[in-house]
Design a protein around this ligand. Structure first.
Ligand code: ATP
Length: 320
């Protein structure tokens, strides 16, 4: 029987379940037997899977996380690990695998494709850090989660005339910080892509805006930019404004996916199975100008994602 597999790998993101649902339902409608492998590539290595039917993916479209669980699998990076995964695919007559995850997961998908198992990658990460795609599943939900968390911090900052330094995720990129920072009206957004001068770009801004009557300040910092605790201490020392640090942490990864993430996940899952049905592998699904398309994995991994500098500059122009 023609069989395809689906798994989620790397960090979880809201919308992964909607992608699994689309893959399973599209696969079954196209006449495939569909297996859901547990805990990323570990499931392929250990033969740990669930037989999926139309109802296996009922009631998951609105849930965060991933029903198939996810993991980082160091064993899969070894030749022995990948051979075990290939064995599992052969034993189960698997012709294609859909992998929802990030760049690391796509490297694994490329390695499997090169050994004769067609794999399709779907970008699922809250970081929006996949170069070939302008959008990754989970990003919009995470932007809204961060924004709403900062809205609450703002109430406190405003009540106490404080400065708040808020660290958001991003895996060493500033996309999540930029979009959530604009959404919450941050005074200043600090990201790894743009060098900054503490005295001029942060303290100078706070002091000059203070002169126009602004009394509380929100500094959104992408993880990997600097030590946010040290930053808060320095800001307080240099401005005399009470400054507190909040690291948002894992609340950013969870929660029910919003409409955009459910729609994009559905589109990408559908497209992935269409490719497998045509016996095409070694591709990543991507979004470009709002449309769904696909790239060769090696080509996709070699791309660079530009940082939205215009948006970054605008953010600071209007936070005066
Ligand atoms: P995110 O960054 O959103 O957490 P990711 O997919 O980039 O997602 P990784 O931990 O980098 O997360 O990769 C997930 C899994 O993919 C790894 O545990 C491993 O099994 C596989 N993988 C990662 N890098 C490689 C590689 N270079 N070659 C083969 N497989 C890899």
């Amino acid at each position: 029987e023609k069989t395809i597999a689906v798994l989620t790998s790397g960090g979880d993101a809201p919308g992964m379940n909607a992608a699994i649902r689309a893959v399973v339902r599209t696969g079954i409608v196209k006449g495939f037997r569909v297996l859901g492998f547990m805990r990323g590539y570990n499931g392929l290595i250990n033969g740990d899977y669930m037989e999926m039917n139309l109802r296996s993916v009922s009631d998951i479209i609105h849930r965060g996380g991933t029903m198939l669980y996810t993991a980082r699998s160091p064993e899969f990076k070894t030749e022995e690990g990948i051979q075990k995964a290939i064995e599992t695919c052969k034993e189960n007559n698997i012709q294609g695998v859909v992998v929802v995850g990030g760049d690391g997961s796509f490297r694994g998908a490329r390695d499997l494709s090169q050994r004769g198992i067609n794999c399709i990658g779907i970008p699922g990460t809250i970081d929006n850090d996949i170069a070939c795609s302008e959008y990754t599943i989970g990003f919009d939900t995470a932007v809204n989660t961060c924004m709403q968390a900062v809205d609450r911090i703002r109430d406190t900052a405003q009540s106490h005339d404080r400065c708040s330094v808020v660290e958001v995720m991003g895996n060493n990129t500033g996309h999540l910080a930029l979009h959530s920072g604009i959404g919450c009206g941050a005074t200043c957004i600090l990201v790894p892509e743009v060098p900054y001068d503490l005295k001029k770009d942060v303290v100078g801004r706070i002091l000059s805006y203070q002169g126009t009557g602004k009394k509380h300040f929100i500094i959104v910092v992408a993880e990997g930019t600097c030590n946010t605790n040290a930053l808060a201490i320095q800001i307080q020392a240099l401005t005399n404004i009470e400054t507190r640090e909040t690291v948002l942490g894992y609340i950013q990864r969870g929660g029910s996916p919003n409409a955009k993430d459910r729609v994009v996940a559905s589109q990408m899952g559908f497209r992935a199975v269409e490719l497998l049905a045509q016996n095409i592998g070694n591709r990543v699904i991507a979004m470009k100008d709002g449309k769904i398309l696909d790239y060769d994995i090696t080509e996709a991994l070699g791309m660079q994602k530009p940082f939205e500098m215009d948006l970054y500059n605008m953010a600071h122009d209007i936070s005066i």
